[in-house]
Design a protein around this ligand. Sequence first.
Ligand SMILES: *[C@@H]1O[C@H](CO)[C@@H](O)[C@H](O)[C@H]1NC(C)=O
Ligand SMILES: *[C@@H]1O[C@H](CO)[C@@H](O)[C@H](O)[C@H]1NC(C)=O
Length: 375
Amino acid sequence: MKVWLLLGLLLVHEALEDVAGQQPPKNKRPKEQGDNRIKPTNKKAKPKIPKGKDRDSADTTPKNPSIMVQAMDSGRFQKPAATMSLTAGQTVELRCKGSKVEWSYPSYLDAFKDSRLSLKQNERYGQLTLVNSTSADTGEFSCWGQLCNGYICRRDESRMGSTYIFFTEKGELFVPSPSYFDVVYLNLDRQAVVPCRVTVLSAKVTLHREFPAKEIPVNGTDIVYDMKRGFVYLQPHSDHQGVVYCKAEAGGKSQISVKYQLLYVEVPSGPPSTTILASSNKVNGGDDISVLCTVLGEPDVEVEFRWIFPGQKDERPVAIQDTWRLINRGLGHTTRISQSVITIEDFETIDAGYYICTAQNLRGQTTVATTVEFS
Ligand SMILES: *[C@@H]1O[C@H](CO)[C@@H](O)[C@H](O)[C@H]1NC(C)=O
Ligand SMILES: *[C@@H]1O[C@H](CO)[C@@H](O)[C@H](O)[C@H]1NC(C)=O
């Protein structure tokens, strides 16, 4: 009964769920491909070489020479700098030496299965080509060779290459986000990132709280700004909760980012903590029953459910529905409630016995069971 009671209480918090419990609206393409005012002319790509020790000094210079080169319009090749700035609309071609080259590139390009990106493996080099680039493509492009032993391959740490490319686009100081509102979870034991990345290397970026409206001081000990990640909270704390946004200034223009809701999370990390409850454990033939399996856990940890039930071997038709939502447990603590319900209509002999629910997350699995018998 406790679970039902708890669920009743949770309804009170419906309002917060509306904000935080839903997936961010998907696929709001920040820009149509045809929108680029800057045509991919034959202008030479001018990699900007960061001078001396600036913000990029954190880049560790690899011991081994990079295997990456950038194909220039002139037909020549040149080693890309650790960071470079290109005008959006340009075509980028990167090549990496090796007969089995793997690539990684901004996840945005994957998310939209973008036809602008092509990867090709030639006999002696791998080739990545990105056409009609946009500011949303800003990010790290890297490649590495593989060491194979039969069919088993692993990354060859001595043969890698990477470059971080800023695609500068008029009117876009921030790398566009696919959603207009993002949730950032704060955990005591790991860094949290407000992912407002800029498209202009020289932009000055500040962090702001919405209520009460004020700039959040970033002094390098508690919160730092990393051009390639955003604002990093080194030691997240419940005091950091609230709605924040970033502001960027460059070339006399300023722009604000999407808003980020920071939510503090306090749930132990581990296999899911699972409970099971049948609508009734003693039933009459012909009754409808349901068995509910519930997991309370961290907001960003997904849970998968599997069921074993008596009628399974006879392929008895059942309905299984999985759902999840976020709940506010007071004092600003947010929990994800994941549930799976198995429903049996018209209970018969083959349905009597053990109902077993296994809930699994990345850290392990928990199995719980209950019985349903004829009364
Ligand atoms: C790139 O842009 C050109 C001109 O707008 C367009 O014709 C072409 O289809 C685009 N290519 C891809 C792969 O999106
Ligand atoms: C930086 O900010 C944190 C939190 O606001 C504060 O505790 C710390 O003393 C500050 N450090 C410096 C060097 O100002």
